[in-house]
Design a protein around this ligand. Structure first.
Ligand SMILES: Nc1ncnc2c1ncn2[C@@H]1O[C@H](COP(=O)(O)OP(=O)(O)OP(=O)(O)O)[C@@H](O)[C@H]1O
Length: 256
């Protein structure tokens, strides 16, 4: 099957703001280096790794939000995406900022406008999502009154609002209570049945074991390996623990 996303050799160095270091020709601080992989249509692809491993940098590079020093990304077979392509992509950033003075219904309505949805569709999608995520009763509240987890739900709602073909989720479970996490897992399973391609970064390895088709392990800015989760489970058999496997794979590695 053809890959819907192709990542080849992407490399990002975070540039020094310090002018002296710039003059010295310092290429900057390594973010990610030589990362290559493909994602198939309809698969759930997870990226795991320790803090600072390069998960967010990889995701932002894929989305074109971070300029790469080397390498290329193709999505839908294209190097340069246009507005219409971006409408088919949903994104939940690691940290989302929304206007605090707006009511939840106004924020969701705004995202519906961006997708140029007809009024009736916008209303239905907005309300269904708010119900699904358990924030429907808060529709008339301003976001300044929202807790961290509630704001995360707003982020999740906007990411799937446009019924994306590809969904990027950077730490989707961050700040969510167990009930909300279950709802997000259910949502991801429904989206998978609709053949949505999902890429998610996470520290919750149980979610990867239960949801992902393939897992990419990153360490110190580099891709260690990409594994088929089902095959990994079959190979290891009883007592399979992705956490144990992950720690073994990155243990003793030095990619500096
Ligand atoms: N804006 C920035 N300026 C300088 N260095 C950065 C910046 N953002 C990330 N980095 C560095 O790039 C590397 C990869 O960071 P990245 O945020 O991609 O990791 P991550 O795997 O998403 O981490 P986490 O799990 O903590 O969110 C780290 O060494 C980090 O310090």
């Amino acid at each position: 099957m053809e890959n819907i996303i192709e990542v080849k050799d992407i490399t990002v160095y975070y540039k020094e703001k310090d002018i002296i270091k710039k003059i010295k020709g310092n290429k900057g601080k390594k973010g990610i280096e030589g990362v290559s992989f493909g994602v198939k249509k309809g698969e759930i692809f997870s990226i795991i790794g320790l803090n600072g491993a390069g998960k967010t940098s990889t995701m932002k590079s894929m989305l074109g939000l971070l300029k790469t020093d080397r390498g290329e990304v193709r999505i839908f077979g294209k190097k340069n995406l246009k507005g219409e392509d971006y409408k088919k992509i949903g994104y939940l950033p690691e940290i989302s900022y929304y206007p605090q003075t707006l009511k939840l219904k106004e924020v969701l309505n705004y995202y519906g406008e961006l997708y140029e949805m007809p009024k009736s569709k916008k209303k239905k999608i907005t309300e269904d999502l708010a119900r699904e995520l358990g924030i429907y009763e808060r529709m008339n509240d301003r976001l300044e009154k929202f807790s961290k987890g509630m704001l995360q739900k707003v982020g999740l709602a906007q990411s799937v609002m446009g019924e994306p073909e590809i969904l990027f989720l950077d730490e989707p479970m961050s700040g969510l209570d167990p009930l909300a996490r279950k709802k997000v897992i259910d949502m991801m399973e429904v989206l998978k049945k609709k053949n949505t391609t999902i890429i998610f970064n996470t520290h919750i390895l149980n979610d990867v074991s239960n949801l992902a088709d393939r897992v990419a392990i990153m360490h110190k800015g580099q891709l260690v390996e990409v594994k088929d989760v089902k095959k990994l489970k079959e190979k290891i058999g009883d007592g399979f623990s992705l956490e144990k496997y992950f720690i073994e794979r990155i243990g003793g590695r030095n990619l500096d």
